[in-house]
Design a binder for this molecule. Structure first.
Ligand SMILES: *[C@@H]1O[C@H](CO)[C@@H](O)[C@H](O)[C@H]1NC(C)=O
Ligand SMILES: *[C@@H]1O[C@H](CO)[C@@H](O)[C@H](O)[C@H]1NC(C)=O
Ligand SMILES: [Zn+2]
Length: 541
């Protein structure tokens, strides 16, 4: 590092002294800016860092995790949870507890194994949540905007998607084929791209209700909308748990729902009623809920099937729900409910859990919402980690794609992660520790000067936008790799840097599911099979 810097210095010539690439403001300037929380006393001694490292070595040398077959697999997705989002989120959590924050570890960051996944799609250098969902739930890369289909189908090509040869199966379907249960939880509409990867085949992620299919000039009989597929097609119609938002895609546009919102469907159908009628006909216990109180009541005696639709559209940001105390469950509460229902099957389950609105916070350049939703996801991971032992249950957390947020500057340790940098630009104008390359936070220069955002009337409020370089109505995704965290049986499979489409195969291999199970001898032995079904270590609930 030092020698390469020296080379650069020689090349640039016009450098008087010091390291021009890492200029920090002098001590006087730092002292004059706002408060930063100092590190704890113990951190000043080298022995603190030695002990921390030795503990880590011992943890890594302790008996190589788990050779067993995973009975349960829980996949967590932080939609848009880019690598630059990880450190600010953990720092915010530490700072909320009155510490400097950078040293905090979120629940998934304590998982023993990490890797990196490459997120590009077949026709896209920088992907969307649909083609990435195809990759991390169905195990093959497809085209941008498409769900559950091979690369032979491009976006909006309804006729091509009607060819069954283009249809992919998800890991949720692999689990069902093995007699295990499957379900999902999300903070977005349940028909949104990420969860839809588990059950839908659609040439367009936006075909969430039939009116969208018709609007694009296609026939819903040939290309059924995503809500219809969830309720009436395999594997969605077998899911034991479906929790999230998006009620309006299930209801007719001639009706008003439980919370006074109009439905969107053109075909006059009520898919919630269809879901209920199917279960009445099959004579199985089931519960449809639309608020938190009802959800908590329903899981006191978990039904076999649980459908919860808590909003007409996406669920609300948890910060907004905390503010007005409305009757909406948290992601952690929904996740625990899902596990209670799925644990009725002693053979095990696959559960997909999405913190889906991290992405939305990024798109509007609002770091508070991004980090707060990330902490909500960490809370859900923590809940599952305590409910499902590592010997039987594989937990994996990743993101679908990155974003255009940067964590930058030379602030002191403990500086408010949501605040301005200790630094000031060469133009004498402050800038934020978290900012964006593009998005609606762009400010038009005023009399040739960069706008001082710290003077905004709502500066640092929950819905305040930080600054961005290129104007866009919505900020874009990023193309850099995303992190993968894993704990449980076969966790070691998740190290390295690999294609995102490997993920469902790695999870399935660990659980003896799907095509990759044939690669594992243990999956064929009757011994392990019986161990699996006799339930050696049942969930602690
Ligand atoms: C409602 O559905 C009808 C078809 O049943 C359609 O013609 C109409 O445009 C829809 N209205 C809205 C507001 O989408
Ligand atoms: C929750 O749902 C139940 C069942 O529809 C309803 O009776 C109750 O009023 C709802 N609670 C709130 C706070 O909306
Ligand atoms: Zn997005």
């Amino acid at each position: 590092m030092r020698s390469s810097c020296l080379l650069l210095l020689v090349a640039v010539v016009a450098v008087a002294h010091g390291d021009r690439y890492h200029d920090q403001r002098g001590p006087a300037a730092a002292a004059s800016s706002s408060r930063a929380i100092p590190p704890s006393e113990e951190e000043f001694a080298a022995s603190y860092w030695y002990a921390e490292a030795f503990d880590a070595i011992e943890a890594r040398l302790s008996p190589p995790a788990y050779d067993s077959v995973a009975r349960n697999v829980v996949m967590f997705l932080g939609d848009g949870l880019s690598v630059p989002t990880l450190a600010p989120a953990r720092t915010l959590r530490g700072q909320r507890q009155g510490r400097s924050g950078e040293e905090e570890q979120l629940a998934y960051e304590r998982f023993p194994v990490t890797g990196l996944a490459k997120t590009y799609c077949l026709d896209a250098q920088i992907p969307d949540s649909a083609c990435t969902a195809t990759a991390f739930l169905c195990g093959a890369k497809g085209n941008i905007g498409t769900l559950g289909l091979t690369g032979h189908v491009t976006r909006w090509d309804c006729p091509a998607s009607a060819d069954r040869a283009t249809h992919l199966e998800s890991i949720a379907a692999w689990a069902l084929a093995d007699g295990r249960s499957a379900g999902f939880v999300t903070t977005t509409r349940v028909t949104h791209a990420s969860p839809a990867g588990a059950y839908a085949r659609s040439a367009n992620r936006d075909w969430e209700h039939d009116g969208e299919v018709i609007g694009d000039g296609h026939n819903p009989a040939l290309c059924p909308d995503i809500a219809d597929q969830l309720i009436n097609s395999y594997p969605g119609n077998q899911f034991k748990v479906i929790l999230g938002g998006g009620r309006s895609n299930f209801r007719s546009n001639t009706t008003i729902d439980e919370e006074g919102e109009p439905g969107l469907r053109w075909d006059g159908r009520d898919l919630v009623e269809e879901w209920r009628a199917q279960r009445v006909a099959a004579d199985v216990s089931h519960s449809y809920v639309w608020n938190r109180t009802e959800l908590l009541q329903a899981i006191e005696d978990p039904p076999e099937y649980l459908l919860g639709l808590f909003e007409a559209d996406h669920m609300r940001f948890e910060a907004a729900v905390r503010e007005d105390g409305s009757d909406e469950p948290t992601l952690a509460e929904m996740t625990e409910a899902a596990i209670r229902v799925l644990s009725r099957n002693s053979r095990g389950f696959f559960l997909f859990v999405e913190g889906g609105r991290i992405d939305h916070g990024h798109h509007v350049n609002m770091p508070y919402l991004v980090l707060d939703e990330t902490l909500a996801l960490s809370d859900a991971v923590e809940r599952v980690d305590s409910l499902l032992p590592a010997a039987s249950s594989l937990l994996v957390l990743t993101a679908d794609h990155s974003h255009a947020m940067a964590f930058n500057g030379y602030s002191r340790r403990g500086k408010d992660i949501l605040g301005p940098s200790d630094d000031i630009g060469d133009d004498g104008v402050p800038y934020m520790t978290l900012s964006y390359t593009n998005g609606p936070g762009y400010r038009q220069q005023q009399s040739n000067e960069r706008v001082d955002v710290t003077q905004d009337s709502n500066f640092m409020a929950i819905r305040w936008r930080t600054h961005a370089e290129v104007p866009f109505e919505l900020e874009t995704h990023g193309g850099d790799d995303v992190a993968v965290f894993a704990r449980g049986p076969q966790q070691q499979l998740f190290t390295g840097l690999y294609e995102q489409s490997q993920l469902p195969h790695l999870m399935a291999h660990a659980a003896c599911l799907g095509p990759a199970a044939t690669l594992r001898e243990a999956c064929a032995t009757s011994e392990l099979k019986s161990e699996r079904s006799t339930d050696a270590s049942a969930p602690k609930i």
